[in-house]
Design a protein around this ligand. Structure first.
Ligand SMILES: [Zn+2]
Length: 443
């Protein structure tokens, strides 16, 4: 099956039922996603999940939650990520979610969902609309997931049996990953007492992962008897501080960040936080000074150059941004988010042909990044290929659940592209997805 169709068929349906109706904003940042990958890696290994098969993705939401809806993503709210006190606590959260994947809890849910679909009809859908403007969105590079209104929170909720199974698996993963299993207690402590609260006052995590006194007792007993190597590894501790530092620099007030940056875990993280905070004030001169010192400290760190490129592009210095992104891409030639930034900068300097080549590479690695789809459509339109521009626009709308708009652009694309060609087939995929959606609506 075409990857786009697969996304529409599975991810979309799952998301529809998994989340409350409001739009969800993903915070896509190459650095933060890499950091979370480093922290998750030993846990995923211990869970027996193939390397690189599960990505940790941040949702911009100040409430506390982490959840899984498929086998390829662990979602974590920015609120929870900022609230956790150590890499070990984050590993506890990730281990619990990885256990839901490894223990097959998702497949079971998916089976239930198909049944429910026939009863309630399918509301739609996954979306990945282009990043809005605004400080936060421009900051970490956001894209939105617009969700249908028939969301059913119940699909998210795990049973108590699943929760205790996930806890004991998670504690095993933590021990074998060298994380401190007692950190799990720190996490559960955040939500303690919430089972007594009215649902509207609970954190979403407490709703989706029912926490009972029994569960807490069981975790306590297991964590106490587990062999511990406290403190976690140096690698996950560093990346945790960096992810949290960068995320808070983008989400908190710059003054908050500047007061605390000096007490960061390391000099490079301090400079990164300062660069972001000054950029958001905005104080371009101070932001540039901080980023230059940061580059001097870590010249071969692709994400440092990625941040430099982002700051330059957002300060309307596109020419310098092209150079910075070029260095980032040379250091991380397969990173879809970095390639997306490089393509965006190339478009901004009026080089759509080169932008198109770079953005096609980004799309090949992440076909659901709405911002890349939008920029790539622009690049094709500017180089005179309206057929390709239309098919990309159709795909972007389809991913956003806007099937009426998707159909219009897919029909236009089908008329412009050579019949039977690969992009023409993509336009047909969107048309069949729109068709399927329309017939489900009628039921
Ligand atoms: Zn759970």
């Amino acid at each position: 099956m075409h990857p786009l169709l697969r996304i529409l068929a599975v991810w979309a349906v799952l998301l529809t039922h998994a989340l409350p109706a409001q739009a969800v904003t993903l915070l896509r940042d190459a650095d933060i996603e890499y950091a979370l990958g480093e922290i998750a890696r030993p846990i995923l290994n211990a869970a027996g999940l193939p390397a690189g098969s599960v990505n940790v993705v941040v949702i911009k939401d100040s409430s506390l939650n982490a959840f899984v809806i498929d086998h390829r993503h662990i979602f974590i709210h920015s609120g929870l990520l900022l609230k956790l006190k150590s890499a070990d606590e984050l590993q506890a959260v990730l281990a619990h979610e990885a256990a839901h994947i490894a223990n097959g809890h998702i497949s079971r849910r998916f089976a239930n969902m198909r049944m429910a679909n026939t009863i309630t009809g399918l509301g739609m859908a996954l979306a990945a609309t282009a990043a809005a403007s605004g400080a936060d969105a421009r900051a970490a590079g956001a894209l939105s997931l617009g969700l249908g209104s028939s969301a059913n929170r119940m699909f998210m909720s795990h049973t108590r049996a699943e929760e205790s199974a996930a806890d004991s698996s998670a504690l095993r993963y933590m021990v074998s990953a060298g994380a401190d299993p007692k950190a799990m207690l720190g996490v559960l402590d955040i939500f303690r007492g919430q089972e007594m609260l009215n649902v509207s006052r609970q954190d979403p995590y407490a709703r989706t992962h029912p926490l009972s006194r029994d569960r807490l007792r069981a975790v306590k007993a297991l964590a106490q008897t587990a062999k511990t190597k406290p403190g976690g590894t140096a690698n996950s501790t560093y990346w945790f501080a960096r992810a949290q530092g960068k995320l808070s620099a983008f989400l908190r007030a710059p003054s908050w960040t500047l007061r605390r940056a000096g007490s960061s875990a390391s000099a490079d993280i301090a400079l990164m936080r300062q660069a972001v905070a000054y950029h958001r004030q905005p104080d371009s001169a101070k932001a540039q000074a901080a980023i230059r010192k940061l580059i001097a400290l870590r010249p071969n760190d692709p994400f440092v150059h990625d941040l430099h490129g982002q700051i330059l592009l957002e300060s309307r210095n596109a020419r310098a941004a092209v150079a910075a992104y070029g260095r980032a891409a040379a250091l991380a030639p397969t990173n879809a988010l970095i390639l997306g930034g490089q393509g965006r900068a190339l478009l901004a300097v009026g080089n759509p042909a080169q932008a198109r080549n770079v953005l096609e590479k980004a799309r090949a690695r992440d076909f659901s990044d709405a911002r890349v789809l939008r920029d790539l459509a622009t690049a094709y339109a500017q180089t005179g290929n309206t057929g390709m521009a239309s098919v990309l626009t159709a795909e972007r709308y389809a991913l956003a659940g806007r099937f009426k708009d998707a159909r219009i652009h897919a029909e236009r694309a089908a008329g412009l592209l050579p019949r039977g060609s690969a992009p023409w087939l993509r336009s047909q995929d969107v048309l069949s997805a729109a068709e399927a959606q329309a017939s489900k609506r009628k039921k």
